[in-house]
Ligand binder design. Structure first.
Ligand code: GLC
Length: 803
């Protein structure tokens, strides 16, 4: 069973059956303005913050057949009344002759045929604009003339998205709609919360005259809302009621009489859903986008910006699924996670104070540094602003207000209010940014720490380098009985919440990696005192990890507050954790024999055909002493599920011990592109990584959920490009150190790096995993495998022959 296919030439996935197992979505625009468009045309749109400035009402928990956020109706005369249907299939569910949803880069195009009417709707947000465009082309594919009316409609939410669901008195009393009509019959229907009417309005408009409109949901559905979205009573009337709602459930519906469309003739209609400070302010741009040529131009500009974004790193490997993923889909997902963090998807609902995650975004940044370094830097700056003076970090923040909070830890009385890992990720992100760009001046930028005085002014600021140093010092002094970092409320694994005093081996190893970065940076800056200091920290932590945490065949994952290990062969449940093994390799703490044993244990105990489980066996019953992990049944999410984010870390670790075959086996088994053929098991979009897949202890082994917003995107991209293909930026140049499957005879990569283009060809005539025999740059041999920085805007040929 398949629901669609990959069209790599057009860089699209094409859904051909609208009844996908769950909604499959795409993202349009950015966090600045944009949101989700599902494959049946529903849309969740917001500006700058989905919690605090949401525009459309999209309730993901409603059945897939329901109206969500907006749709388009078409109607034609039938008998005494009208036949009305949606060319998006939902919510009228009419039988279709053709249905295609083209999931493109920054746009979705829905093409359908119903009743001799072909509709093609391209949905996108022009670059830098606060409007969603729907470019609608309606073609008569029947052999007779058809008189067609088009009624695009959207449903608004209150801007405070959570209030919409918690207060059904205040919300409907505060929202209003007002119509502005010009002489040509063009209408702008505005909508606002009363308190914002002079500062922030939503609007919906089109480029064709309307004959009537509706702004009140009850009137639109009809019969006191016993008319339904699937069977609209108002569309049986000649006209809508032209009612400007003064309260209630606001919608915007515009009835266009397109007139008679001859056979084979096409009519074009363009709608805009936007937000601005006022109608006067919005008018010039509204008029601009009423011009179809401007819309075409905006679409071309969007396509060009994606061309640029993708072109910075393109690969050609012997594996087609890898190429498709790395050249298109994984890059798009990295763009998405950088924008939306874990804030807004069909699973992360963007309500309340969830906001941008500190650890999440720090990792997301690392997935876009080649393709969008400026955007990455911008995000790093924001993250540093919610780091605290003691070096630890706030867990998440609202992007609109920059107000931060301590995440779930607030919900557990008496629990530590920090996470042991958050602040360490930013060290990795900044180091990766510097190595990619060489922008060392960034280290001197002054950024405030989070704490504020009564007037809301920062109490202290520091240079970026100072922020990193404080992060390191925080963990150095925040250790428990074994000298290992205290767990805080949790580490990367949010769900293991142990009593105060517990220690985290993950944090210890992440600390090791952060220290390696700081040692290298200090070395590069010529700061020998810091090199010495961080080397001392590193060696001390390495010694503690190896003295206390080796369990015989693998490393344990935590020490509980009473000093007992978790993730040991002595445990009945949760005996071995994947992160417990990959990270001692990444940190360089594990000596070679332990690294190999630990990774072999992962292969033996945790690997499945659908990916590596986070731990095993699952905890079978709720245990408040362990926390959230035991709220899931065995095999789900962090409790023995395949938590994909952790898979690339094992892949990276395998390349570090030189095991290219196993690294690629792990990489391939989670490649979503390959899931297109087993979609009835997988269920989610095959063009993005999901966060989790049910593990083999669960009866629905292989079922994916929480697609799109996952750190898997960034880490899988890094694992593939920097560790399997092995092209890693360093302070001195581009290191080329592949660890590929032995069956590959080579690969090619075109990559931009510090204002030059590196055309890299790796030849592997002897089918080796790793090791480099010779490196030629522009035809001349060089010593070592670090290709220098050119910065000359030119293309350079790099040829690598492997051992
Ligand atoms: C979710 C969270 C992330 C966390 C992971 C593991 O993906 O967004 O921050 O590290 O779960 O618990």
């Amino acid at each position: 069973m398949q629901y669609g296919y990959f069209d790599d030439e057009h860089r699209e996935y094409v859904i051909t059956n609208p009844k996908t197992p769950v909604k499959w979505i795409n993202y349009v625009g950015t966090l600045a303005f944009g949101g989700i468009v599902d494959h049946t045309g529903g849309a969740l749109i917001c500006k700058e913050d989905p919690a605090l400035n949401r525009i459309t009402k999209y309730i993901p928990q409603l059945p897939s057949s329901e109206f969500k956020g907006g749709t388009l109706y078409l109607r034609f005369k039938q008998g005494e009344g009208y036949k009305a249907f949606s060319p998006f299939f939902v919510p009228t569910l009419d039988p279709y002759d053709l249905y295609e949803c083209h999931v493109g880069l920054g746009y979705t195009r829905i093409v359908s045929e119903f009743y001799g009417i072909r509709t093609e709707v391209t949905i996108f947000v022009p670059l830098g604009e606060s409007r969603e465009i729907r470019d609608i082309r309606i073609t008569n594919v029947s052999d007779r003339p058809l008189e067609i009316d088009a009624i695009p409609v959207i449903e608004y939410t209150h801007f405070d998205a959570l209030k919409q669901f918690t207060n059904a008195d205040w919300v409907p009393q505060t929202v209003q709609s007002k119509a502005y009509c010009d002489e040509d019959g063009l209408l702008i229907l505005t909508q606002y919360a009363f308190m914002n009417k002079d500062t922030r309005i939503n609007y919906f408009t089109s480029n064709c005259p309307i004959s009537s409109f509706e702004s009140d949901r009850s009137r639109f559905l009809g019969d006191n809302e016993y008319g339904t979205w699937a069977n609209l009573l108002s569309l049986q009337q000649e006209e809508l009621s032209n009612y400007e709602a003064l309260r209630g459930d606001n919608i915007a519906a515009l009835l266009h009489r397109l007139g008679v469309i001859q056979s084979s003739e096409t009519t074009r209609l363009i709608t805009q859903l936007g937000q601005d400070e006022s109608i006067e302010k919005a008018l010039p741009s509204i008029n601009r986008y009423r011009d179809s040529e401007q819309v075409d131009r905006a679409f071309d500009e969007l396509a060009a910006s994606w061309d640029t974004y993708l072109s910075r790193l393109q690969v050609e490997t012997p594996d087609a699924n890898t190429n498709s993923l790395l050249n298109i889909h994984n890059l798009r997902q990295c763009h998405t996670t950088m924008n939306w963090s874990r804030y807004l998807s069909l699973y992360q609902l963007g309500l309340g104070a969830r906001g941008i995650g500190f650890r999440d975004s720090s990792q997301d940044v690392m997935g876009v540094l080649v393709s969008a370094p400026e955007g990455g830097k911008e995000l790093i700056r924001k993250l540093l602003q919610v780091q605290k003076r003691d070096g630890s970090a706030m867990h998440q923040f609202n992007p609109l207000t920059m107000v931060a909070n301590e995440g779930h830890s607030r919900e557990v009385e008496g629990a530590p209010r920090y996470y042991s890992d958050d602040h360490l990720w930013i060290v990795l992100a900044v180091a990766a940014y510097l190595k990619e760009t060489g922008d060392l001046a960034f280290l001197d930028e002054v950024v405030p720490y989070y704490e504020k005085d009564k007037e809301g002014q920062p109490l202290e600021s520091g240079m970026v380098l100072d922020h990193l140093k404080r992060a390191i010092e925080f963990t150095w002094s925040d250790v428990g009985a074994h000298g290992l970092p205290l767990l805080g409320f949790a580490d990367w694994n949010d769900t293991v919440n142990l009593r105060r005093g517990a220690e985290s081996l993950f944090a210890a190893n992440l600390y090791g990696k952060a220290l390696l970065e700081m040692m290298e940076l200090a070395q590069h800056l010529g700061d020998q005192e810091s090199v010495a200091r961080y080397t001392e920290y590193y060696e001390a932590m390495k010694q503690r990890v190896n003295e206390h945490a080796w369990d015989g065949e693998w490393y344990v994952r935590y020490f509980d507050a009473d000093g007992s290990p978790i993730g040991s062969h002595r445990d009945i449940e949760g005996q071995i954790y994947a992160n417990g093994q990959s990270w001692p390799v990444i940190s360089g703490f594990a000596p070679p024999d332990r690294a190999k044993a630990a990774l072999d244990a992962v292969y033996r105990r945790l690997n499945t055909r659908n990916g590596i489980k986070l731990s095993t066996p699952g905890y079978d019953g709720f245990d408040p002493a362990k926390g959230g992990v035991t709220t899931y049944p065995p095999g789900a999410k962090e409790n023995g599920g395949i938590f994909l984010h952790a898979n690339p870390w094992v892949i990276i670790a395998e390349t570090m011990v030189g095991n290219g075959d196993r690294a690629f086996e792990y990489y391939s088994q989670i490649n979503p592109v390959a899931k297109n053929d087993t979609i009835e098991e997988f269920e989610c979009e095959p063009y993005v990584y999901p966060q989790n897949i049910l593990g083999d202890e669960h009866p629905q082994f292989g079922l994916a959920r929480n697609s799109w917003l996952t750190g898997t995107a960034s880490w899988a991209y890094q694992a593939a490009t920097q560790y399997i293909l092995g092209i890693r930026p360093t302070y001195e140049g581009l290191l080329i150190d592949p660890c590929i499957p032995s069956k590959w005879d080579g690969f090619k990569v075109i990559r931009e790096y510090r204002e030059a283009i590196y055309q890299i060809e790796v030849k592997n005539p002897d089918r080796a995993f790793e090791g480099v025999k010779s490196v030629k740059v522009d035809g001349k041999g060089i010593t070592g495998n670090v290709v220098p920085v050119f910065g000359d805007g030119k293309a350079h040929q790099v040829e690598i022959i492997r051992v």
